[in-house]
Design a protein around this ligand. Sequence first.
Ligand SMILES: Nc1nc2c(c(=O)[nH]1)N[C@H]1C(S)=C(S)[C@@H](COP(=O)(O)O)O[C@H]1N2
Ligand SMILES: [Mo]
Length: 322
Amino acid sequence: MRIYRPGQIKPSEITDREVWLKRRQLIKAGMGVSAGLVLGGASGLAAAVYSGPDRNKKIDALKETDYGKDLEPTRYRSITTYNNFYELGYGKRAPAENAHILKTRPWSIRVSGECAKPGVIDIEDVMKLDQEERIYRFRCVEAWAMVVPWVGLPLGDFLKRFEPGSKAKYVEFETLYDPERMPGQERNVLDWPYREGVRIDEAMHPLAFLATGLYGEVLPGQNGAPLRLVLPWKYGFKSIKSIVSIRFTDKQPGTTWNDIAGDEYGFYANVNPKVSHPRWSQKRHRVLGRGIFGSKEDTLMFNGYAEEVAGLYKGMDLKKNF
Ligand SMILES: Nc1nc2c(c(=O)[nH]1)N[C@H]1C(S)=C(S)[C@@H](COP(=O)(O)O)O[C@H]1N2
Ligand SMILES: [Mo]
């Protein structure tokens, strides 16, 4: 099912994407906006009493790399208590409060489509592959940023195991659909399951990463356990969480946010301070964990990774392909 934007809400009335989405959903359901905000507060998810992030199991045999060693990581608490993960709730704290509902075992990932060796791989087998730690800048679309010491494996190396063919022009990713483990899916806020896609050359780029952990430990549920995508030169919404399906395709796949609001969330979603989101500037961002005041920085082209990735987009109009 698709959600259509109501034309009658002025951008100036909207504070952020959660409120915007709630309103859209309520208008679709025929309810008023003021009633919607009251309802929006009680999200319908049973929030557990939450006292702080649990530290997870250490990942063994971790390979240290030099990626991002000059960056200062955002503290664990900020990374794990200010999240976007609508399957686990709609406020920034909700995913941490509800993460215990997301059982991540058993779990497997189906790899299919245009490849010679499609198959299903169990998450335990993914965890046995070489795990590297890399520190990346991470940018969310709503003007906040953080620096995360991710653990995981280069996406390209993982994908090559399935031998993508010449018709594999894009890679499509899907999150688990299971309202029992993902109670946010009981409401039709998004067109579940969450979907994302990248071009094959983007997927094969050495910076593209499948994360299984952070801070040397197994990934917390709120950050997309047991396996999520990380594309450090793109806005946060591209980094799909809790992946169960990866498919090689010859056509550009639909993606959750692009399908809902293609004028606001492009297929590429490369961090670009020169292209504003229709409802906010993308020139500067707030850095999580550094306080509310005096913590803004300039946003860099491709989130600071231009030297590495600009070549992927040579000759493309990045204002059109945003
Ligand atoms: N399945 C799924 N993946 C998702 C989302 C989501 O709601 N569902 N939110 C996205 C958005 S908008 C952002 S900004 C990042 C946030 O990642 P973080 O919570 O680890 O910072 O996850 C992305 N991946
Ligand atoms: Mo986001």
